[in-house]
Design a binder for this molecule. Structure first.
Ligand code: ATP
Ligand code: MG
Length: 374
């Protein structure tokens, strides 16, 4: 049996990037031989094993053939007679379909090195069309390697367009889409992911609210700003959906099966965006509107979330609303200083306590706001 390093590790080494995890392909072995060597089998569908010491993944060479529609239509064939080249052929992109033998020699039947040097993301074979997830993966690699000059090859883009036109993307389950979106949000240039999806026609299927070009431009500029920070998924997701109404954002987040913290951050950011735009200029109305916003965000119990929200608003809102974000920040600091325990000690109870807290917060916000924000 022979063992080869494959996929991302070979690609990243050639690009001079730190290799995170290493995947191996084993040719000419049976599962029993692997088990006899102390490997542990993982996954019931594929013959994949963990190395007894390094815990790295060793997969028996396999071929895959599409059977039905959607993601669950693959029949996997693995046997000692499956060659390395056959295994590489089932992979998505040529730069991901290179292998290295134990002497460090490159095995590259699909000219991945050439594409790597030409900065092209190119499909390995027409079988690419058998799995629509590959569209999302390609968009994600474009987002990751865009700063190094990579783009999607013209013929691959044409194939992806054809796949979308044939309805392939309609069959992706939300969980898998979310997994790719979530990863894409943390790539080097997350905006590129959505641009590639737009270019191949998948965006109107996956996130129809962003199909309009002006809205997309607004979303991507917000995302770019938030992605400059060491921001969390929910913050990046909220920036992406910032052009939408809170209702639209919630509907989309739920349809995408985004986690609750992502849905909530998106709802808050969209709500704050429109509320801040409507903020009154008279002092009292402004203070009470700000307090209402703090209540809406439940600052009192969710301080860390509120700080994360402020960060999104600070860098993603249009310039003319930034001063209002500042006012919001001042209001939060002032109102946060009210100690309900103190009011309780002063004899306030029940409804009256709630009202006393509210009035005290309001008073402090009014006092704290600078003249210019009143
Ligand atoms: P990363 O740095 O994100 O781990 P990677 O290239 O290692 O990038 P993985 O998702 O770890 O990507 O997959 C390992 C390899 O398996 C890929 O390089 C590719 O050759 C192949 N692969 C993974 N998913 C698919 C897919 N849906 N279709 C075809 N090939 C795939
Ligand atoms: Mg990998």
């Amino acid at each position: 049996m022979q063992t080869y390093l494959v996929g991302g590790a070979v690609r990243d080494e050639l690009l001079g990037i730190d290799v995170k995890d290493r995947d191996w392909v084993v040719v000419g072995a049976t599962p029993d031989e692997m088990l006899a060597r102390g490997f542990k089998q993982v996954g019931a569908d594929f013959p994949v094993f963990l190395h007894p010491r390094t815990r790295e993944e060793y997969a028996l060479a396999r071929t895959e053939r599409k059977q039905g529609r959607g993601y669950h239509g693959f029949s996997v064939y693995s046997a000692p007679d499956v060659t390395l080249e056959e295994d590489l052929k089932r992979r998505d992109l040529t730069i991901n379909a290179m292998a290295q033998n134990e002497h460090g020699e490159l095995v590259d039947p699909f000219h991945g090195l050439e594409d790597l040097r030409a900065r092209q993301l190119r499909h390995v074979s027409p079988a690419f069309a058998e799995d629509p997830l590959r569209i999302l993966r390609t968009a994600r690699f474009a987002a990751r390697f865009q700063p190094m000059g990579f783009s999607v090859a013209t013929d691959t883009m044409a194939l992806m367009q054809q796949m979308v036109a044939q309805g392939e993307v309609d069959h992706l389950v939300p969980e898998r889409v979310w997994q790719e979106v979530q990863r894409a949000l943390h790539e080097q240039e997350p905006g590129t992911f959505f641009e590639v999806l737009r270019d191949c026609g998948a965006l109107p299927v996956l996130i129809p609210e962003l199909a309009d070009s002006d809205i997309l431009a607004e979303a991507l500029s917000a995302l770019r700003a938030v992605a400059q920070l060491d921001s969390r998924t929910e913050q990046r997701f909220a920036a992406l959906l910032l052009p939408l109404s809170p209702e639209q954002a919630v509907t989309r987040a739920e349809a995408m099966k985004a986690p609750n913290d992502c849905r909530d951050m998106a709802r808050l950011a969209c709500h704050f965006k429109s509320a801040l735009a409507d903020l009154s200029s008279t002092q009292h109305a402004c203070a009470s509107a700000l307090l209402e916003l703090l209540d809406y965000a439940d600052l009192w119990r969710r301080e860390a979330r509120f700080e994360a929200l402020l960060q999104v608003l600070e860098c993603a809102l249009p310039e003319d609303l930034r001063a209002r974000v500042k006012a919001l920040q001042i209001a939060a600091r002032a109102a946060g200083g009210v100690n309900p325990g103190e009011l309780l000690d002063r004899g306030f109870k029940g409804k009256a306590l709630g009202e006393a807290i509210r009035l005290e917060r309001l008073k402090r916000i009014e006092r704290a706001l600078p003249e210019s924000n009143r």
